[in-house]
Design a protein around this ligand. Structure first.
Ligand SMILES: [Zn+2]
Length: 520
């Protein structure tokens, strides 16, 4: 059974009477959302889809933790942003000047890429929720129970609890009303009014139920939201999932403080970029966003890769030569799936989860496009014509979908795939060939001279016949040798696009100019 379906069935078994299954995910907009974080939302998305396939009503929510404090200035952001450390992401200006706040800048970019995947999710902006006062009664409740919360938290720590610490513990962050930062110290809480002092010199007095600048600490905030939204499923990164990690602590807090059952949980592993440098982190800078990934892969293929691996499995997404391998694998399964021939149940479910639109155009194979596009100067119409001449008809839009990705991939990630037509005949290589090999080449040129546009299949069988030999194995070796010669003499590579495509992409005249050594 596919992992998403298994989770969905477990949820239904555990909560058989639910009318609506609330599934949650959330990310802090501390920087660009990278594909490691993307696994957070995608994991929930697949579980939601699986629940719906089982006939259940769902609510799919996504929390932007934009009322969290700005911790440090990420690489690439002006150092002057140090002045904002300690303020919520939602209250800091956009470093790029195009959105209402730092948080919104990264939120909108990510939300736009979700559209490409067809993922519809209800966005909850925690800054808005907190500032609206929606959580105030729970903040008050947490303050009232602050000693019990301290006890729960200490239960997960190795150090000994102390009475002094317990008395001084408050499970909240207070953003100063004067400077906006959380460099505050709570002086007193009398069950109604909270007083605090700030590093800026401000002394504040605030009625908790009317406050708009008090936030629960993470390990109380998370369980409070589970209760408020009645969440039954939420995944979390490996760093939240250890013994004594956020999830375990929050689950205890929600039970003991909020008298509510915590959601089912799936820990997800990190995702690597092949050729990248270890774990991605938005504060380090070596990150790949879903937006960037979409420039190389189709949304369906990205969903396929995420759906294929269960959340607890780490995997790598290649941006190097592996791109062709990923596409070829997906195209093979996709074809069988569309024809109803995919018998493997998990794979079939994976294909279903990776569908973006009901009707999607038939796309040309990535490896074919990658092999030909550079030879036609990245001209989509020329490519369409070359494909058509070899019997492959595609809509221009379908070709564009793959071509723009091939072009971005070659120029940004894999310049070695930038194949070029040789400028002149390679006599030095030709001189190394045996007489037999030279004869094959000469025969090949004869066939090209005689051939017209219409008979590609006949031409190919004639080409294979050049190396005819009694022994099949020898014949195949000779054919391979001829093809290698053709690739080396035309594009200076030992392999290339399928021969009919190569012939049509180069054109007879240029092809003969490079391969015909008969008459000097
Ligand atoms: Zn202050």
């Amino acid at each position: 059974m596919h992992w998403a379906e298994r989770i969905a069935r477990e949820l239904i078994e555990k909560y058989p009477d639910r009318e609506t299954y609330v599934c949650a995910s959330g990310i802090s907009p501390s920087g660009a959302v990278h594909i490691g974080n993307f696994r957070e939302i995608i994991t929930t998305y697949f579980v939601v889809k699986a629940l719906e396939r089982l006939g259940k009503k769902t609510r799919f929510i996504f929390s932007w933790d934009d009322f969290d404090r700005f911790r440090k200035v990420p690489k690439g952001i002006d150092r002057s942003y140090e002045q904002y450390i300690g303020m919520p992401y939602s209250e800091i200006p956009d470093p790029y000047g195009c959105h209402g706040s730092y948080a919104e800048h990264y939120e909108k970019a990510f939300e736009a890429s979700l559209d490409a995947f067809g993922i519809e999710v209800e966005m909850i902006y925690q800054s808005k929720e907190y500032k609206s006062g929606r959580y105030n009664e729970y903040i008050k409740h947490a303050l009232d129970c602050r000693c019990e919360i301290y006890d729960v938290l200490m239960g997960f720590k190795t150090q000994e609890p102390s009475q002094e610490e317990r008395k001084a513990y408050y499970p909240v962050t207070v953003y100063c009303e004067q400077c906006g930062k959380d460099l505050t110290m709570i002086r007193d809480y009398d069950g109604c009014v909270l007083t605090y002092g700030c590093a800026c010199g401000y002394e504040g007095v605030v009625t908790v139920l009317e406050a708009s600048h008090i936030k629960l600490v993470w390990k109380v905030d998370w369980p409070m939201r589970w209760m408020v939204e009645d969440v039954v499923f939420e995944p979390g990164g490996r760093d939240h999932s250890d013994v004594g990690g956020s999830y375990m602590v929050s689950k205890e807090v929600v039970k003991r403080i909020f008298n509510h059952l915590g959601p089912e949980y799936a820990a997800y592993e990190f995702i690597g970029i092949k050729g990248g440098h270890g774990k991605m982190s938005s504060s380090v800078g070596n990150i790949i966003t879903p937006e960037e990934l979409l420039k190389v892969y189709t949304p369906e293929l990205i969903l396929y890769m995420f759906a294929k691996y269960k959340p607890s499995a780490a995997f790598n997404i290649g941006l190097d030569g592996d791109v062709v391998r990923h596409y070829t694998e997906y195209e093979r399964y996709r074809e069988r799936y569309d024809k109803g021939l995919l018998t493997d149940e998990d794979l079939s479910y994976t294909m279903t989860l990776s569908e973006v639109a009901k009707e999607s155009p038939c796309l040309p194979s990535y490896s074919q496009v990658a092999g030909v596009l550079p030879l036609v100067n990245f001209d989509i119409l020329l490519l369409q014509d070359v494909l058509k001449k070899t019997g492959l008809c595609y809509e221009k839009e379908a070709i564009r979908i793959i071509s723009k990705r091939v072009e971005h991939w070659i120029s940004t990630w894999c310049p070695e795939k930038m194949i070029r037509l040789n400028g002149e005949q390679d006599w030095a290589y030709y001189d190394t060939l045996s007489d037999l090999q030279k004869k094959w080449l000469s025969d090949f040129c004869q066939l090209i001279r005689k051939s017209t546009d219409e008979n590609m299949d006949i031409l190919m069988s004639d080409i294979y016949a050049i190396c005819h030999h009694e022994d099949k194995k020898t014949m195949r070796a000779h054919q391979k040798s001829l093809f290698t010669m053709i690739y080396l003499l035309t594009i200076n590579a030992t392999s290339g696009p399928r021969l009919p495509l190569l012939i049509k992409a180069i054109g007879h005249k240029r092809l003969l100019g490079l391969l015909s050594f008969d008459h000097e």
